[in-house]
Design a protein around this ligand. Structure first.
Ligand code: ARG
Ligand code: GLU
Length: 735
């Protein structure tokens, strides 16, 4: 194992301005650079711990309690026995997988009474960051500004291989190297991944998903969006495959839970794995998002959601089958609507144009960057039609329609077999079988068929003939000019073997050669494969060629912005690596005469209650506890039970399940969303109206203890009173 010197080159990006203003909010910072870049400001905002308490390679620190959950969400350890807290919507796939009409965990919730009752989840992982290295110099060695996109990429790829070789790792460790500032810097993250992660507890959806899609991305919010898991390890506390003999993991650090709650102005920090932001784009890219891509994706998902919704409301089994799929599709559908609205309302495009004019003005006459923006503008107009077609294809064939996605899984098997023979087949077949099982568990062919008919019609009607393969054109199918693809979908679903679970599993049990022949002669497989081949030739290849040029220009543009705007503070865009963001508990004013408070209470849950409603129903127990005001020690000073709160922390998708941490390093909440007016923050962060939404830790404790009667889980945690006890805080409570 090597430790590349962690002394940081003082790149312009990191020049800290000694501004008197508090920058509460904007920025997603690398934990190992906090000491250099942020500690002073964080302390001035009220933080009482040090940067070394947050990230250290020498001792247990907060970073050792923050865990990448399944690679798509964040979670944190909240007990000495590896108890893991994340969102309900992050654990939703697992909660759904353990549910049936007879034993519906989504509807009724689930609470393991003992370790033995905790439910294993195949494939679910929990990843820790062991340490982070700056590897920029090594990765960018030999890279020059005169290189073409292809030359640059190939030089970097070669270097990456060499840098990875410098790490000697255990079998359960990995090293992830990611570009920062659009490729101007590189950091390596050494990880340890646990593979036995079990479901411990989940509230019923009337709490964990209260308000569902109507309330999603919206404040004021009243959702108890949490679930509990536990990491299991081998006897040596190291990662191990699932085994009944595994034991609860003993963490290097776990987060104590604050019982003291939050008040306006309190320091907050959110620690997690934000997925993707794009704060340094040119105006041409924003134009494309606003005018071309968001409207198309919204329209496709709108159609797909309406079809699912119709069937889900009719039947509980269908509701379970589609629960997770629907929620995932609905989530970004709504996000894009909010993002477009926000970009328009905040004049994001004009702001960028003004910024670009200033950029241009400040460049020296001889600057090599003089034509950067106009070059990018040209490239964005060139890529526009391909970007639209790519979104259409990916949204339909891979995200919204299940049968075509299933066919791609089969295609990977066929390709592997044809390229590398039996060994490759055997390596893949088990995954394909499990994909196939999931497909039949979570898909109703009638619903899927309706989606194919409706979405293919949109594809053909809205994309130029250039992007419609001949076999899909109405003329070649003998269809009339406006005819929908409903009948075509029907015929295809009739002819394929892969809508019958029995037939599919028969084929996948055959000898490899026969199985491959059967797959290849299936008409649905042939259709999906031809479409995919067309996509690759006519859409993704030209798209990627232009994209490479754009990426190269973007790398130059980001660097140029950092050189030109010396007074501006730059932070790297999110890229699914570990980050810290910090701010304060804070309400906001979205428009004239409207002011949002920062905390919601159980009273608001009751206000929203609609008996029998799909999204706002409550269970009788909730109403009883509310009537009795049975809040135990979890109410705040006013005697009310807090539910959610907002703050000025800069978060994005992937930050779901991130801990909200107080000035002392204790858990005060669980991040799960952003406010409606701030959903544009991935492209245009505005500190006035961008807020993240967190569940109050006391609501989580109350649900576990009072609502669910699972007080044994609360006893595992360390409850603290930092506000009443400013010195070293000791575990108190336990009633
Ligand atoms: N909007 C939050 C996030 O981006 C919560 C999503 C929960 N899903 C839902 N459809 N309500 O993930
Ligand atoms: N709910 C989001 C997620 O799943 C996080 C909220 C956000 O995007 O801000 O990661």
């Amino acid at each position: 194992m090597i430790h590349i010197s962690s002394r940081i080159k003082l790149c312009v990006a990191f020049v800290i301005l000694n501004a008197g203003v508090i920058f509460a909010g904007e920025g997603m910072w690398l934990p190992q650079l906090l000491k250099l870049l942020n500690e002073k400001e964080m302390k001035s905002m009220g933080m009482k711990i040090s940067a070394e308490d947050i990230y250290s390679v020498n001792k247990g620190s907060l970073k050792d309690a923050v865990v990448h959950f399944g690679g798509f969400c964040t979670s944190e350890i909240i007990s000495p026995n590896g108890l893991l807290l994340t969102n309900h919507h992050c654990g939703y796939g697992q909660i759904q997988a353990h549910s049936s009409v007879e034993n519906n965990l989504i509807k009724n919730g689930f609470w393991a009474k003992t370790y033995k009752d905790e439910l294993p989840n195949e494939g679910l992982t929990a990843t820790f960051i062991d340490y982070i290295d700056d590897v920029s110099a090594k990765v960018l060695q030999g890279v020059t500004s005169s290189m073409t996109a292809a030359e640059r990429q190939s030089a970097i790829d070669k270097n990456l291989v060499e840098v990875k070789k410098l790490y000697t790792l255990e079998s359960y460790q990995g090293v992830i190297i990611r570009p920062f500032f659009d490729g101007n810097q590189y950091f390596a993250f050494v990880t340890t991944t646990y593979r036995d992660v079990r479901l411990v507890g989940a509230p019923p959806e009337s709490i964990g998903k209260f308000g569902s899609d109507t309330d999603n991305w919206v404040w004021p919010r009243h959702t108890g969006d949490f679930s509990l898991f536990r990491i299991y390890a081998g006897k040596d506390n190291k990662p191990a495959d699932y085994s009944p003999d595994n034991v609860p993991y003993t963490p290097k650090h776990f987060l104590p839970v604050s019982m003291d709650g939050v008040a306006d102005g309190d320091f907050t920090m959110v620690f997690g794995f934000p997925g993707r932001t794009n704060e340094y784009l040119p105006s041409s890219a924003i134009k494309q998002v606003l005018n071309t891509l968001n409207p198309a994706k919204i329209a496709i998902r709108d159609k797909s959601l309406k079809i699912m919704d119709k069937y889900m409301r009719e039947d509980e089994g269908t509701k379970i089958k589609y629960a997770e799929k629907y929620a995932t599709i609905a989530n970004y559908w709504k996000k894009w609507i909010g993002e477009s609205l926000g970009l328009k309302k905040s004049n994001a495009l004009q702001k960028k144009l003004d910024y670009e004019a200033e950029f241009q003005k400040r460049l020296a006459e001889t600057s090599p960057h003089k034509n950067l923006l106009s070059d990018m503008d040209k490239l964005y107009s060139e890529i526009d039609q391909y970007a639209l077609a790519a979104d259409y294809y990916n949204e339909i064939a891979l995200r919204n329609v299940d049968i075509t996605a299933y066919m791609s899984a089969l295609r990977r098997l066929v390709t592997a077999y044809e390229k590398n023979g039996l060994t490759a087949y055997n390596e893949r077949i088990e995954d394909v079988k499990s994909y196939s099982n999931d497909f039949f568990k979570d898909c109703d062919p009638h619903i899927d068929q309706e989606k194919v008919g409706a979405l293919l019609t949109m594809y053909v009607d809205n994309l130029g003939a250039k992007f419609v393969p001949e076999f899909l054109q109405r003329e070649s199918l003998g269809m009339s000019a406006k005819e929908s693809y409903e009948q075509m979908a029907k015929d295809q679903f009739m002819q394929t073997s892969f809508t019958s679970e029995k037939e599919a599993s028969r084929i996948l049990q055959l000898d490899p050669e026969k199985a491959i022949a059967a797959i290849k002669s299936d008409p649905m497989y042939a259709f999906a494969s031809e479409w995919s081949a067309f996509y690759s030739k006519e859409i993704s290849t030209p798209y990627n060629n232009i994209r490479k040029e754009i990426d190269l220009k973007q790398a130059q543009y980001t660097q140029a912005q950092m050189e030109v705007f010396k007074e501006k503070r730059f932070y790297p865009d999110a890229n699914s690596t570990m980050r810290v963001t910090y701010g304060q508990v804070n309400g906001y004013e979205p428009r004239d005469a409207v002011k949002y408070e920062s905390v919601t209470y159980l009273d608001g849950v009751i206000e929203k209650y609609i008996p029998g409603d799909y999204e706002f129903d409550l269970q009788p127990r909730m109403l009883d506890l509310y009537k009795a005001k049975d809040y135990g020690p979890y109410a705040d000073k006013s005697g009310k039970l807090p539910v959610c709160f907002i703050g000025s922390n800069h978060t994005t998708g992937g930050n779901s399940g991130s801990p909200a941490i107080d000035a002392y390093g204790n858990l005060i909440g669980l991040n799960f969303d952003r406010v409606w007016e701030g959903t544009m923050s991935d492209i245009n962060y505005d500190p006035e109206i961008c807020r993240n939404i967190m569940v109050d830790a006391r609501y989580i404790l109350w649900v576990i203890d009072k609502y669910a009667g699972a007080g044994h889980l609360v006893k595992e945690m360390k409850l603290v009173h930092p506000k009443s006890n400013t010195k070293k805080v000791k575990s108190k409570s336990k009633k």
